[in-house]
Design a protein around this ligand. Structure first.
Ligand SMILES: Nc1ncnc2c1ncn2[C@@H]1O[C@H](COP(=O)(O)OP(=O)(O)O)[C@@H](O)[C@H]1O
Ligand SMILES: [Mg+2]
Length: 257
């Protein structure tokens, strides 16, 4: 069963000179139930745009995007908002936590929006906090905690509604390597224990090595796809080699600085 199906998707932006720039060109991509897929590509290749149209944040111009067999392109605004809240979790590079709310309140935002008071009254949030090692910081405000802790709070918020799929845009982009490692291990938890499929954008080969499969974007097209065989270390080498072959390794390293 496919959780996500992207078929023949095109997206263009109108630039100032009224010249339309085609940012996504005939994208076809399916994500299976419980699959963890990475998207790599140099800056400007269309990674964020692809994630935004796949998750319904943005509209595509042509093609079809289905999540669990529901075509999100055909949904009206309100229907899409509700569908997104119930089926999709999002994790961003800059965490997107609300500064006036505590960590616990931030995690509960999706529940409050959906009036899921039974979960709020129960122990679900605290159980989640325990599993993601958040116990001690639940009553703190975002400005009182580290970047890694903020991203773990964002992960809890993404998973609290039991979504079928998590979309993440450079989730380790603002973190040091130690925090990145921890955050990535919690992506594995979302994937293996909470059964969420994941589509994660990254330009970091180490992060990508956590995925089951990585697709490579160039100028708005998918130009290559590789599947994990063996362990993370082996997959990391394979990703590095592919980046070299695709001649994007220099740009990718430059971005990391
Ligand atoms: N809102 C927008 N309006 C116009 N052009 C955009 C917009 N968002 C992105 N683009 C352009 O689309 C291309 C792909 O951008 P993006 O998806 O952000 O790439 P990536 O995430 O891979 O760096 C870039 O050339 C960028 O300048
Ligand atoms: Mg981007």
């Amino acid at each position: 069963m496919n959780v996500l199906e992207i078929k023949n998707v095109y997206k263009k932006y109108a630039s100032n000179k009224k010249i339309n720039t085609m940012v996504l060109k005939n994208i076809n991509l399916s994500i299976k139930d419980n699959e963890f897929v990475g998207i790599m590509g140099s800056s400007g290749s269309g990674k964020t745009t692809l994630l935004n149209v796949a998750s319904g944040i943005d509209k595509c111009d042509e093609g079809e995007i289905s999540i669990w067999n529901n075509n999100i392109c055909k949904m009206k605004k309100n229907e899409l908002s509700l569908f997104r809240r119930n089926n999709i979790g999002m994790v961003f590079q800059d965490f997107n936590l609300l500064n006036s709310l505590t960590v616990k309140e931030n995690i509960m935002v999706p529940l409050i929006l959906d009036k899921k008071y039974e979960i709020m009254d129960g122990n679900t949030v605290m159980e989640l906090a325990k599993r993601f090692d958040m116990g001690e910081i639940m009553d703190k405000y975002p400005y009182e905690i580290s970047g890694g802790q903020k991203q773990r709070a964002a992960i809890c918020r993404a998973i609290v509604n039991n979504p079928k799929i998590i979309f993440a845009d450079e989730p380790t982009g603002n973190l040091d390597s130690r925090s990145s490692k921890k955050v990535l291990s919690y992506f594995e938890v979302m994937n293996s224990e909470y059964n969420a499929s994941i589509l994660m954008v990254t330009h970091d080969a180490y992060s990508a090595s956590y995925c089951d499969r990585v697709v490579f974007l160039k100028d708005g097209s998918i130009i290559k796809e590789i599947r994990k065989q063996g362990d993370k270390t082996k997959f990391f080498s394979c990703i590095m080699k592919t980046l070299e072959d695709l001649n994007t390794v220099k740009e990718s390293l430059r971005e990391e600085k």
